[in-house]
Ligand binder design. Sequence first.
Ligand code: HEC
Length: 125
Amino acid sequence: MRILLFTILIITISMFANISTYSQEKNKGEFAFKKCKSCHTLLKGEKHRVGPNLYGFFGKKAGSANKYRYSRAIKKSEIIWNEETLDKYLENPRKYIRGTKMAFGGLRKKEERKILIEYLIKMTK
Ligand code: HEC
């Protein structure tokens, strides 16, 4: 009986631990996205700002959002957005796509890019 109670206790604790790491991950993503927020929206139907609304961008060709005026550089880049291309772009946008008009210095920390990319994929689906 004691073992059973103990087991239940452990399971309960680990469930809570899971939930809290999940929300921590989500919060980290949200936190990282603060750097992008002034220029980008994520959800369907939201407006373009300085940069395009990112709804549905993942898996598409760079420069595909409707009614947004991209630079020629990104239009002709032929890049498809996946984890790898996004990682390179976010690390150093102007190095990866010469002539992009995204005025953002880049995220140097691999871990931060990873968290942000996961967040972007989830939020723009
Ligand atoms: C100062 C404004 C600004 C900031 C800050 C900014 N962006 Fe951008 N972003 C742009 C602009 C402008 C473009 C269009 C680039 C072009 O046309 O060359 C763009 C393009 C993009 C694209 C390509 C979209 C497509 O449709 O192909 C992605 C993805 C992106 N930004 C993600 C981010 C993320 C993630 C961050 C935060 C780490 C960020 N941006 C920060 C302005 C910004």
